[in-house]
Design a protein around this ligand. Structure first.
Ligand SMILES: *Cc1c(COP(=O)(O)O)cnc(C)c1O
Length: 494
């Protein structure tokens, strides 16, 4: 039989696009996307037919047995069905956003890869309200005149931090860049050699300094810097002094550094602004919750820092932003600088930032309502209780034959370059699949409709309940009940 006759039997694009199945797809995805998908599906069908025919030796003619096999698959009525199914799958994939909500079983609270701080309910709602409609972002409702973008959260930020003025930009890297550019461009800025940090993701203090046009003046040594070192460095050309919180590492042993209070006294005497890059913007005393002491924004302001820069989406638990709090005259200079316009925040961020600051007016409530703080301060025993409930629920969902699900101690981390030494005791649900390997299960979990990210340890998949939380376990139980994800041949469901 002539090989080409197989190909000729494959329907044409235009014919397919006139079918009822196509009409339904066009309703959902639009004509041009459907035409493209049907074309791709047809190409796949041709390749499939070709693959069936390929063991034929003489070109042009197909042996009886191959023809029979090919005929069954390639020529029977379900060819059209197969093409439309394929087109529908392609369209579904093409129209699905690549940025997906993910369930975090890693135990890293500020996971940079997973977008750092998740927002709490109220904060998210405030951001959505502002972004979904018109807002009073730069409109003064009292006077009916043009207002100031940062005025809304400035009030509450000043109230909480004790600063006289505040503004926000796109992120903390931008905040540091703006502070240095506006206050010290073309001038020297002394920084201790022990504080020349790299945060990762291309943020290195010496590089940001260079970008701002300020000249880095290194003082002291890696492990010891004294007030006299700063004193010697100060001169006519000094534009500002900068203190960087070494948020992602510690220098231990024979060390010495100069505190903010001491340094600010020296700066005040010389009339030079002291800029502090705090990294994580902690506003509550974490010691109360059994964590190591972290300097808070309030403390730095009280100790006399003139400008304090910190992230909105690290330990603060708000939207991505760089908050700058400090003295009025310096904040004003930054506000008026052309760079501020390039680095400004959008209305979603402005509203969410105000909302998260409002949570801090009631610190006990903030610890409950802000997910980052809730996860960070949750006692290990409470996580263990949650893990036990989750393990039971998951085991019931899979039955005894597909997996062993237990609770195991583990260690969570703050992440995002915050609290580097902190080992936060926690508990994970450990899944030991019986039919498939742990790496295969880990892979399948990542491919769920709502991907679940865990880690592998000792041949099991671990989901740290500190970050996975009850809602994650409930979703996974649902998946276990309704899919064959733990079976050898399963894994596409979810
Ligand atoms: C994280 C961090 C930054 C950068 O903040 P982003 O908000 O990620 O831009 C700058 N300085 C320090 C000390 C940090 O810890």
């Amino acid at each position: 039989m002539d090989k080409n006759s197989f190909y000729r039997k494959i329907p044409k694009v235009d014919v397919l696009l006139g079918e009822k199945e196509a009409e339904e797809l066009i309703q959902e995805y639009g004509y041009s996307a459907v035409r493209g998908a049907v074309r791709s599906a047809l190409q796949q069908e041709r390749e499939r037919v070709g693959a069936i025919l390929q063991n034929e030796s003489a070109p042009g003619n197909v042996p009886e047995n191959v023809m029979e096999a090919a005929g069954k698959h390639a020529l029977c009525g379900d060819q059209q069905r197969r093409i439309f199914d394929c087109a529908a799958r392609l369209l579904e994939k093409e129209f699905r956003p690549e940025i997906r909500q993910v369930l975090n079983g890693t135990g890293v609270i500020l996971h940079t890869g997973l977008g750092r701080a998740p927002l709490g309910e109220h904060v998210l709602a405030a951001g959505l309200r502002a972004a979904g409609g018109y807002t009073s972002l730069e409109y003064d409702l009292e006077t009916g005149k043009r207002g100031e973008r940062s005025s809304h959260f400035e009030r509450v930020l000043c109230r909480i931090t004790g600063a006289r003025a505040a503004m926000a930009v796109n992120n903390n890297a931008a905040a540091v860049l703006l502070a240095l550019t506006a206050l010290a461009r073309g001038k020297e800025v002394p920084v201790s050699r022990g504080e020349l940090v790299e945060i990762g993701g291309q943020f290195r203090i010496p590089d940001v300094m260079e970008q701002s046009g300020a000249v880095l003046r290194e003082v002291g040594t890696t492990n010891r810097t004294r007030l006299a070192d700063y004193e010697r460095a100060l001169c006519e050309d000094t534009g500002a002094v900068m203190k960087v919180h070494t948020s992602n590492y510690r220098i231990v042993g024979f060390t010495e550094s100069v505190g903010t209070a001491e340094l600010s006294a020296l700066c005040r005497e010389k009339g030079i602004p002291l800029i502090a890059d705090l990294g994580s913007g902690v506003l509550v005393n974490l010691e109360k919750y059994g964590l190591k002491r972290e300097p808070t924004v309030q403390e730095l302001i009280r100790q006399g820092a003139d400008v304090v820069c910190f992230s909105g989406d690290k330990l603060l638990g708000g939207p991505q932003a760089g908050v700058i709090a400090g003295k009025k005259e310096y904040i004003e200079r930054m506000r008026r600088h052309p760079l501020a316009r390039a680095l400004r925040i959008d209305k979603f961020t402005a509203a969410a930032l105000e909302a998260v600051m409002l949570e801090y007016l009631h610190p006990e409530q903030a610890v409950r309502n802000i997910p980052v703080l809730r996860m960070l301060t949750r006692p290990a025993e409470s996580v263990r209780g949650e893990a036990q409930k989750a393990a039971e629920m998951l085991q019931n969902a899979v039955g005894a034959s597909a997996a062993d699900i237990t609770v195991t101690p583990c260690v969570s981390a703050a992440g995002g370059g915050s609290l580097p030494e902190e080992e936060i005791q926690s508990y994970a649900v450990a899944i030991l699949p019986k039919e498939i390997s742990a790496p295969e299960l880990e892979r399948r979990l990542r491919h769920l409709d709502t991907p679940v990210v865990g880690r592998i340890s000792g041949g099991q998949v671990l989901l740290d309940m500190r970050t996975f939380e009850k809602s994650g376990a409930e979703y996974l139980a649902e998946v276990f009940r309704n899919s064959d994800i733990l079976n050898v041949q399963g894994g596409d469901a979810g």
